[in-house]
Write a protein that binds this ligand. Sequence first.
Ligand code: AMP
Length: 319
Amino acid sequence: MSFSLVYQKIKEYQTIILFGHKRPDGDCYGSQFGLKDIIKTTFSDKSVFVVGEKVSYLSFIGQLDEIDDDIFKDALAIVLDTATRDRISDSRYKLCKEIIKIDHHIVLDNYGDINVVEELIPATCLLLTKFLLSNENLKISLVGATALYTGTVTDTGNFRYRGVNEETMQLAGKLLSYGVNVEHIDQLLSVQSLRAVRLKSYVYRTFKVTKNGFAYAIINRLIIKYFNVGYDEAASLVSLLANIQECPVWALIIKYPKDIRVRIRSNGPNINTLAEKYDGGGHHKAAGATLKSSSKIRQFVKDADNLVKEYKEKQEPII
Ligand code: AMP
């Protein structure tokens, strides 16, 4: 079983470096810091580092480490919540002696020497909770349980998304048994700036709907500057276009300085194939894509509109 292999490798190495994906989310941070806590609580003498990109709204989960390149060469790399090697946020994983991948995305790239992937589990944090429970020697503190619970809450949309089942609740319940403060986590994740509220009103005023019902909004650099918000804060607004009855697929298109990132969501057709066509990937109902230039937006919107059209044609008419 791969969990026991992961346990053996953790035992074997003195230095372990935990990686996540670019533009990290709650499940990425939660799984990195949750696993760090499991390893440190179980094996206090090991050196465990978390590397990646800083995200201020998630900083309550843990603080990133800054480490020199020479630390990597004798280390075990564990990459969390990251489907493909080009999404790993720190390319120094290549310097490490061995790589373990632990993830829950659709498998596109088995880049690890050991790959532990459960596509149907709704958060990598839950997969790590299973790892924790798989071996009675493994321990976790309240800090780690809080990290894993936070990632679970964010990736399941507060236990509302597809994939949430009896096991999800049992594993989350196990995390709560360490004393996690659910209300406090919710407050930390829900707080919003006045600027963000104003940007929301902009998105609501300007979003477009295609002929067949693909809803999308575009946020460019000028808008980001005007509302004085961060790119990640702006990107979080994809959920504003959710649950419009006529629009089973929706997206937020954000023009970053170097490329254009599309966050796509669906409660109808699977969208991962559409995302993959545009240098992206993800899950069936939540995926992301990258567009090289503004000229690609029109084609992307057309493809998304077609996807909705085909989906609606297959649906039973509502009488
Ligand atoms: P996001 O919109 O960033 O929350 O992404 C939704 C899902 O798609 C997440 O599971 C991401 O890991 C995945 N994803 C987002 N962007 C990409 C990309 N460019 N390539 C592969 N997967 C992606």
